[in-house]
Ligand binder design. Structure first.
Ligand code: SF4
Length: 88
């Protein structure tokens, strides 16, 4: 995993370019934008990951898009299997 760029530890927390960053949340696991700094994981695109997920799926998430694409590939297969079973 890459390190968080321009990060500095301050009294308020980990800061990047004037923003205090919150660590990533559970839903961020697997996202390409996760960066490591001093043993904690942060988002390279958004300072507050938990807010990003509070209203639904994070729109910057790289891993979730992949899952959606994978699901889209599976569904036509299921549909064709059903069609093969039921088709006369
Ligand atoms: S882009 Fe979204 S999902 Fe990825 S680490 Fe940042 S907040 Fe988490």
């Amino acid at each position: 995993m890459s390190l968080l760029e321009n990060a500095a530890k301050t009294a308020e927390g980990v800061m990047v370019n004037g923003f205090v960053l919150s660590p990533v949340v559970e839903q961020c696991a697997g996202c390409d934008r996760v960066r490591e700094f001093e043993g904690e994981q942060f988002c390279s695109s958004y300072p507050a990951p938990e807010k990003k997920w509070a209203a639904g799926r994070c729109n910057f998430a790289t891993h979730v898009k992949t899952q959606v694409a994978a699901a889209a590939k599976v569904n036509p297969l299921k549909a064709s299997k059903r069609a093969a079973k039921g088709g006369h």
